[in-house]
Design a protein around this ligand. Sequence first.
Ligand SMILES: *Cc1c(COP(=O)(O)O)cnc(C)c1O
Length: 434
Amino acid sequence: MKYYSTNHTAPLASLEEAVVKGLAGDRGLYMPENIKPLPKEFFDNIDKMSFQEIAYAVADSFFGEDVDAESLKRIVYDTLAFDCPVVPVSENIYTLELFHGPTLAFKDVGARFMARLLQYFIKKENKGGLVNVLVATSGDTGSAVANGFLGVDGIHVYVLYPKGKVSPIQECQFTTLGKNITAIEVDGVFDDCQALVKSAFMDEELNKHMRLTSANSINVARFLPQAFYYFYAYAQLKKLGKADNMVMCVPSGNFGNICAALFGHQMGLPIKRFVAANNANDIFFKYLQTGKYEPQPSKATLANAMDVGDPSNFARIYELYQGDHAVITSLISGATFSDEQIADTMRECYKDTKYVLDPHGACGYQALKNLLLAGEVGVFCETAHPAKFKEKVDAILSADIEIPQRLQKFMKGTKQSVEMTKRFDDFKTFLLKE
Ligand SMILES: *Cc1c(COP(=O)(O)O)cnc(C)c1O
């Protein structure tokens, strides 16, 4: 399979090139040249298949031409060493819990898959030398990527994050690891971190000095595997006899997660419609209303992993539907919530159902509450475990929620990070010395 750029000027790339380069030479995002629908029998039998079996069928459709069957199967099965269960919350509203991985957020799936695929390519090439992964994070990407790659030979990871803008629990998950992981604390916001990473890929001198790759949600090896759990969510609802009018709601920031769901839809996944739930960063919501995409500086909110003012994957969604606003709005609805509304939702849901939402999932839950029509069954992603935002969640709910053990482990480590300004020259000088 070849991959083309959303800007349409860079040459076609192989899967390996697309994964290693991350961003295309014309600054566009890579898209698979075709999206193969899965056969009817697959959907007929999906409720009798395991998560791994379903995921392998989806993976084969994207990556089967480029990765031998045995290796691909191993990568998929290793990646999905944890479950993504669909759990009932209130009448006709279910949650797809994506926080059962090592760093308690959905990004574990894509990050683990990418680490294994990159290692597969490095081994196959046998060129030696180091591959450097640069990743900008608004909170959860950094931990998922760092942990996905921790101790993987031949790969060094640089995590760039906005100083003071991620929760202490998020921070410790990528600043305490050491080994092949370097945390860089940028005096700026998430968009500054993302800009530094993008500029680094475009810098000729830097690229001569070191081999760079991205692990942000723009990387095809990270975002496509996220489709796996949407198929699995459908399978679980089908088992319950509830899948006929399924609405999938995704709390969205950089729009990688929902974009993977839309790719699933293109492959024939029978989801009726989608909802993109936003916090106060409502660029996509406004696009749906006006047809105009107008990036804004990101605003800090309670749901901080969704504080994105210029969502990269918008370009992929636009490309998927040839920019047809009518088609996009017929398939995807939007919602936007203030911090106050998020907190209200968390309290109400806790009171009514005992379910503890995290601030991101709360946007998803409330969007379904507001938008679900009669006869529809809604599923929203719980994109992270509420304990990742324990201080905020406890204060909002007046509760003392439990911290899972795998999270406690990180909190015992010592923070190590490199301070950085948001100027590209400073970042470049630092990398040139590495
Ligand atoms: C990253 C993240 C999101 C946003 O996902 P995108 O793919 O960037 O839209 C939502 N919730 C949590 C907890 C996240 O970590």
